[in-house]
Ligand binder design. Sequence first.
Ligand SMILES: Nc1ncnc2c1ncn2[C@@H]1O[C@H](COP(=O)(O)OP(=O)(O)OP(=O)(O)O)[C@@H](O)[C@H]1O
Ligand SMILES: [Mg+2]
Length: 397
Amino acid sequence: MDEAENITNISIIVIDREENTRNIIKNYLSEIEGFDFSSETFSEFYDFELGCDYAINSQNAIVLIDISENPEKALKVIKTIKEQKKDIAIIALSNKASTDTIIKAMRAGAKEFITKPIIKTDFLEIIKNLRKEMKNTEQKDSCKIISTFSNKGGIGKTSIAVNLAVELAELSKEKVALIDLNLQLGDVSTFLDMTPNFSMDYIASNIHNFDETELLKTLTRYKNTSLYVIADPLNIAKSKEITSDQIKLLINILKKSFSYIVIDIGTNIDSKTVMALDMSDLILLIAIVNLPAIRSTQRCIELFKRLGYSKDKIKLVLNRYIENEDIKATDIEEVVKQKVYWKIPNNYLTMMSAINKGVPVNQINRDSNLAQNYMEFASKISDYLITKQLEKDYDLN
Ligand SMILES: Nc1ncnc2c1ncn2[C@@H]1O[C@H](COP(=O)(O)OP(=O)(O)OP(=O)(O)O)[C@@H](O)[C@H]1O
Ligand SMILES: [Mg+2]
């Protein structure tokens, strides 16, 4: 029988107030050959706190948790488990299957979502697939790459990459890598006032010998957060030695243990930056509202078309936006034939103060329109990427 997948060395933890659901799950699991319901392989909890503590202290577990009765508490439990134990796979159970509920569960850290009443074949299929994935530690597709690009200088690419990466780390509490691909004179580390342990040239030239753990040791963690930075080379001459194959390998290794990779691509178009653009799930094309910038944006969009990128992958972001200017967002949309995805307000004082102090804008003033905007932007991007992944996984189109 197909369900007779050997899953004896994983434990299943069910946290659900409904005895009926716990029994149904037990019943389904009993169909799996070799599943023995010993205390190591199966535990059930009525109480969320007890279930959470138990999950945090277990190994190689799949946690099924009901999020319909007390969503706030359940989502908090999911977050806590995920923060403390990355390798636990969480399945959210709910009698509501709205996109909003699914997104909330996924954002908290659930890997799968099952609607109640639980259908046996779906349940066994999910358990089987999770098991396979857990065996094969590579987390396929779960890492998302976001890059900032414009073929014009001084438009806000670095400010956006840096502040977005900070907010994504804060929002998700998951590992975020920020790569400075301005290989000649990048300024990501200046924006965050960091002295990197190793810069891109060292990492790139050794990348063939690194696995995830060794690579992680060369990255520089930003303060006490889950953000890790790869800075540009100190020596400009060294940047010429970096190859696009090295960048590709670097990104592929990072994908195994990071949830997001944010790349400040810069203005240059060469084999390395095209490689990074190719690998990106989202390209934030940064523009400001003036005629030369609009023309450059148009050229970028044409270039992306030639590179074969789908319209979906390119998001037009207006930086330093002022309402009621002569040129409106709609005028730009008409010229470049692309909707504006996001507008970042013009706030020179907050931005300059952040750059001069070498901190993200949220540390200058969390209530400023700029800090609030970056927070909402990170949340919008994360929701968008999760929704896209769900559509892909569940074939929702
Ligand atoms: N939202 C904003 N409001 C006001 N000023 C801003 C805003 N965002 C960025 N700036 C200003 O724009 C300038 C350029 O920003 P940034 O360095 O991020 O651009 P860039 O596109 O990365 O530039 P480069 O091409 O040199 O790498 C900075 O001096 C910054 O203060
Ligand atoms: Mg820059």
